[in-house]
Design a binder for this molecule. Sequence first.
Ligand code: ATP
Ligand code: MG
Length: 337
Amino acid sequence: MSARPCYLSGVQPSGRLHLGNYFGAIQNHIRLQDEGECLYFIADYHSLTTLQDAQALRKYSFAAAADYLALGLDPAKACLFRQSDVPEVAELAWILSTVTGMGLMERAHSFKDKTAKGIQPTLGLFFYPTLMAADILLYGADKVPVGQDQVQHIEMCRDMAGYFNHAFKKEVLKLPEGVLSAAPKVPGLTGGKMSKSDEASVLPIFGETSEIKKKVMTIVTDSKGVEEPKDPEGNLVYQLYRLVASKEETEAMAAAFRKGGMGYGDAKKLLAAKLEGTFGGAVRDKRKKMDENPDMVEDVLLTGAKKARRIAAETMERVYEATGLPVSKVKRALLDI
Ligand code: ATP
Ligand code: MG
């Protein structure tokens, strides 16, 4: 048994990955590949709750994997796979639902938040925290890096694992620990948080130079003139700039805003240039290579799925054993990949 902790995290292929995903999650995921056993999955089953377009789901699933690889995920260190390539996760979610009280599910904030935003209140959307719990428990994750919005889901996952172990009188499922991201929420271009599912809010990590420039130049600002002093904290161009600029560059922009003489147009040009410097050049070329060699990405995902499935098989064997579901038949099927 490895003494290194197992980290698990997922990203939904519900749109193009953006700066919020990078600075809020992906950067940390890539750093962690040197600190533990990392399992990262493209959460395509989850995406079906909001995306019902086969072509788009395939496109975004591939793009999410390609983005991770271009940004530095090393498949020799971390395991990258598609959630649906290990369908046992849906089976475990069902099994968990049989020990989970309705009251727990009804207390979930995310369902209320999402339906308030106009997303169809489907059974899948309501069930989402159960599938997320299965994602975590299937792989026996120790640590789950999460944003503030997911903290409740980790608690629910721990509850479900406890209900299962209690119901079947055996410590079968390991209770995970949530690791709250220290990264601040990245604001979107339309006022709220940057979110994949709101295309207008997004600065994609891998847009073309012209697209990124255009998006940056259309960021809405107040109407203060170039010479007027401005508060950097209250302005989106500065908030995004400090993500990609060095400490000195960030301080220089803040000072110039406060003093007066820094116009929004110039600040936007500096931001666009920094974005190009961070995600353009060699990184974008690497990303383009993925589009030219889709089989390479598919190979990584297949290798990842095989590894993930082997871990899943061990958990499911214990689950079958504890519940009375047939072990031998399913175990054979699981290992035959
Ligand atoms: P969706 O609109 O489909 O919910 P999303 O852009 O919110 O997409 P998720 O797939 O929900 O992205 O989240 C992936 C990871 O990115 C999570 O760890 C989440 O906390 C992080 N994340 C998403 N948006 C931001 C943001 N604006 N700032 C910081 N982190 C973010
Ligand atoms: Mg989200």
